[in-house]
Design a protein around this ligand. Structure first.
Ligand code: EPZ
Length: 420
């Protein structure tokens, strides 16, 4: 098993190029199942999760040509469309559930292994299934699988009890080929939803309102292939902005969409970080004045993203003054707290709230990466800790960050990947 060896690094300085968004490319790859024609996707990040989705599409019958050197994948339909996602593939990547909507729309049936929980929470799929039922599907669960069936999908309306990203995406895709009009209320508004809707509309779908809490879809008979460049990854962007902050460095981030990172920028500015939009992208400086604490509450977009909570918490252990973090999206997204405390942080959990004492002198330690974003937080903490930090189980990290160690190394970070 590989691990990262991270040592105390000076201020990170330089330029980093942000890759395409993991959480946009995965639903877009699933949406390619909605057509028999070829789709070409550009700005694809070279990630384990993308590779896993390629394998899943292969198993369903698509012919996928991965060209990671040029950050592109080419998807052609195979002759047969198998409408199942087997457990051995789903257990590797929860986003496999996103093939359910397209398969149901194309073949009238989808049988997917239940994704089960993960480190950050139970991750139920009840809202996905509620949406499929609103379109006329019958749902059956058993033996660790869930099956949706419908002779014909017809437009309907569904109110999402929580603005679930995955449920919004799955229902949008199923509704694209349903007969009639579908309304999704209390829909998720993330930029990745907008990118998926843009991809689908280029295929000939009729999706309106993506990016707002009400999305309307007019079903069409069939969709055609298209070519699409994926948006930059706003969470990778936020992660490197926090890297500049925690090391008191000066980093220019290229290939970014400033609008997508407004909540993270606002919180960094509250801490005393300088964030400037420049020609090439965004410049983040934390070498100008001492940093101070702020409070964070994670919310669905456009609120502060839950996927940035662990990284920001690492920063808050180093600034002046106590901070409060409230995690409202996932019920168990504090697995990184125990690891940070082992490095000398002083963080207490009260229910969904974490109380973080500032100005801690972190010490290097052997820590584990409990989930994708917690792993990023451990790397950030390791950059500031006295001594050596060994981070194991980094496969979680490599699921969601392309060339992570390399990009940090180019900025002057003392990090290397070794085989255990
Ligand atoms: C997406 O997960 C992202 N993954 C997650 O990113 C991200 O943290 C999350 O959205 C929230 O922004 C991808 O896009 C591949 P949700 P998703 O459905 O769709 C509850 C990362 O680090 N819920 O919006 O699974 C659920 O339990 C990953 O890149 C239901 O109750 O998130 C959770 O509490 C981690 N019933 C909340 O909604 C449902 O049917 C948010 O989940 C679905 C969700």
């Amino acid at each position: 098993m590989a691990k990262y060896i991270v040592q105390k690094s000076g201020p990170l300085v330089g330029t980093v190029e942000i890759s395409g968004a993991k959480n946009a490319v995965l639903p877009i790859m699933a949406a390619s199942l909605l057509t028999d024609e070829e789709c070409e996707i550009l700005e694809v990040p070279a990630l384990r999760d993308v590779d896993a989705m390629c394998k899943l599409l292969h198993s369903i019958g698509s012919k996928v040509n991965e060209d990671f050197d040029n950050n592109r994948i080419h998807i052609k339909k195979g002759n047969i469309l198998f409408n199942e996602a087997p457990y051995e593939l789903v257990k590797r990547m929860r986003a496999s559930i996103l093939t359910m909507g397209p398969l149901l729309a194309r073949t009238g049936r989808a049988r997917i292994a239940l994704p089960g929980g993960c480190a950050i929470g139970a991750r139920p799929i009840d809202l996905h299934l509620k949406g499929f039922q609103a379109l006329g599907a019958d749902i059956e669960q058993g033996h660790g699988y869930v099956e949706a069936k419908a002779k014909k999908l017809t437009g309907g309306s569904v109110y999402l009890d929580f603005p679930s990203v995955g449920a919004t995406e799955n229902i949008m895709m199923a509704a694209a080929l349903a007969e009639g009009h579908t309304i999704i209320e209390n829909a998720a508004e993330e930029p990745e939803i907008v990118d998926l809707a843009n991809f689908m509309n280029k295929m000939g779908a009729k999706v309106k309102g993506a990016g707002t809490d009400t999305i309307r879809i007019e079903g069409v008979k069939e969709l055609r292939g298209t070519k699409h460049s994926v948006i930059p990854d706003r969470i990778e962007t936020g992660t490197f902005m926090v890297a500049a902050a925690i090391t008191r460095g000066d980093i220019i981030l290229k290939n970014v969409v400033p609008d997508h990172v407004r909540p993270v920028v606002a919180k960094l500015i509250e801490c005393g970080v300088s964030v400037e939009e420049i020609e090439e992208g965004i410049r983040v400086r934390a070498d100008l004045k001492p940093l101070v604490s702020t409070d964070i509450k994670t919310m669905p977009y456009p609120g502060f993203p839950t996927d940035m909570q662990p990284q920001f918490m690492a920063l808050l252990t180093t600034v002046k003054g106590p901070s409060l973090v409230v995690e409202t999206v996932f019920e168990n997204r504090y697995m990184h707290v125990g690891e940070l405390n082992r490095m000398g942080a002083d963080i207490k959990i009260e229910g969904r709230t974490a109380i973080i004492q500032g100005e801690r002198k972190l010490q290097g330690a052997q820590v584990i990466c409990t989930d994708l974003r917690a792993g990023a937080a451990m790397v950030l903490a390791g950059l500031m800790a006295e001594g050596i930090t060994e981070i194991s189980e980094i496969y979680h990290l490599e699921r969601g960050y392309a060339s992570f160690a390399e990009k940090f190394h180019l900025l002057g970070a003392n990090i290397k990947k070794v085989q255990d």
